[in-house]
Design a protein around this ligand. Sequence first.
Ligand code: PAF
Length: 286
Amino acid sequence: MKTFSDKDAMRAHVRSLKAQGKSVGCVLTMGFLHEGHVGLVHECLKHVDEVVTSIFVNPTQFGEKEDLDNYPTDLEGDLAKFEAAGVNAVFLPTPDVMYPEGADTVVTVAGLSDILQGKVRPGHFQGVTTVVTKLFNILEPDVTVFGEKDYQQLAIIRQMVRDMAMAVDVKGLPIVREADGLAMSSRNVRLTPEDRAASVVLNQALDLVTKHENDPLTVEEFRALVREHIAQEPRADIRAIDIRDAATLAPFYGRLDRPAVILLSVRFGAILLIDNRVIGPGKEHL
Ligand code: PAF
């Protein structure tokens, strides 16, 4: 497995793979990898001959009050995980490679970036779409895989790729969960043992909805069911329970006549966890 920090050398490497007739996929990360990231690589390898990855803690997607400096890192462990997963090469740029002096161009998916998480984290998704565009331009992937855990991020990337006619096939990977159901996230290690134990309530609430998905309930009743279940856990501080059209993220009212996504945003101590579940008729065709 090769590593590159220079963007031209990285691009030349991908082009040399393609010159050998190989298809190339990419998995973009901010490091501190867990099994979910490894799952993205495995999924990507199902569609392409070689997978290249990136590790870059992107400053422009962190808000002023968000802890960029304390973002966890484990470069050695990350490289070992990528190598074991069969990654061909890893791009490890420094901030000045991604944001050279005077870089003023940004990429914004209007609308979708301003709702839900975008409302509480202004500028976050613009930071994501800007860096992802740059990484796509350097890595020139045929395929990319993003986790469905960051449901809104995936929807925004899909729209950006469509709107800007980018030549990359975006695939989503279903949420990878711990044995007790907690969705894998780099943030989980920062939960106290008590909060970690309490956090299973999120998946339980989503399972409850799946169990009732064929009942004649309205979206408002589903939301009440979820709220009631999570509220039984005193350590859970509910920030948002949104139910949206799973395809467009538009508000959803009334009975479940098409796929809807339930988006949870719940704090445990200082750590904000997100999770989601798609329910409703036709969800398998999304
Ligand atoms: O999902 C992430 O880890 C980041 O938002 C991404 C896509 C690597 C962009 O920095």
